[in-house]
Design a protein around this ligand. Structure first.
Ligand code: GAR
Length: 222
């Protein structure tokens, strides 16, 4: 059997999106994918406990303001796990340029809004949903995009809309969005792992026509 596609995760928080990836790719019917490790940006991040329970390797970014040291640590750790796909799942730090370059087209981020709205530095978690509610927008959603050197800016792989309802609070919108994240992120990673989507040298995201026609994503039960 072919070697599984090796997926590494970068996270800063509770790690519910990490969990969604572990749940999806640890099933017996997906032997071709494996979550091989998670790098937490700080000690005490909830994602570390999830990794321990799932039997997934973990590492913690050394507390350092030095970009070069951060880059070296990330590159070494990801290479040590022989990571083929890297997923930012609630990772609040900028990924240093050498890491982006080393994993170009194979590194994804999930953002809890419809980019390019409500993104950028400082826009994460509850702050995003607060900004959405304050703006009066009636639709928000989830974006999965390829990572480049800026926060929340790289080429968009897929998006899914989520309604903002009358009386919604940042917490209630956030919960509705998070439930969609847990479905969209594993689907996006699977699409990249299987070659259904790719980032071309011209910076454009290309989906295979067959997949679009098949409605496979829409019919999934998970
Ligand atoms: C998720 O909502 C993710 O989209 C968001 O952080 C949360 C992490 O939750 N990411 C960003 O805001 C990135 N700009 P989790 O730790 O439970 O997966």
């Amino acid at each position: 059997m072919a070697e599984p596609v090796r997926i590494a995760v970068l996270a800063s928080g509770g790690g519910s999106n990490f969990q969604a990836l572990v749940d999806r790719f640890s099933r017996r019917d997906t032997p071709g994918r494996r979550v091989v490790g998670v790098i937490a940006s700080r000690e005490g991040a909830g994602v570390l406990e999830r990794a321990r329970r799932a039997g997934v390797a973990s590492a913690i970014l050394p507390a350092s303001t030095d970009d070069d040291r951060t880059a070296t640590f990330l590159l070494r750790t990801l290479a040590g796990w022989r990571s083929e796909i890297v997923v930012l799942a609630g990772y609040m730090k900028l990924v240093p340029e050498p890491v982006v370059r080393a994993h170009w087209g194979r590194i994804l981020n999930i953002h809890p809004a419809l980019l390019p709205s409500f993104g950028g530095q400082g826009m994460y978690g509850a702050r995003v949903h607060r900004a959405v509610v304050d703006s009066g927008a009636r639709v928000t959603g989830v974006t999965v995009h390829f990572v480049d050197e800026a926060y929340d800016r790289g080429p968009i792989l897929c998006q899914w809309p989520v309604p903002v309802l009358a009386g919604d609070t940042p917490a209630s919108v956030g919960a509705r969005v998070l439930a969609v994240e847990h479905r969209l992120l594993p689907a996006a990673v699977e699409a990249l792992a299987s070659g259904i989507v790719r980032l071309d040298a011209d910076g454009r995201v290309r989906w295979s026509r067959e997949w679009f026609d098949s409605e496979r994503f829409f019919n999934r039960e998970d």
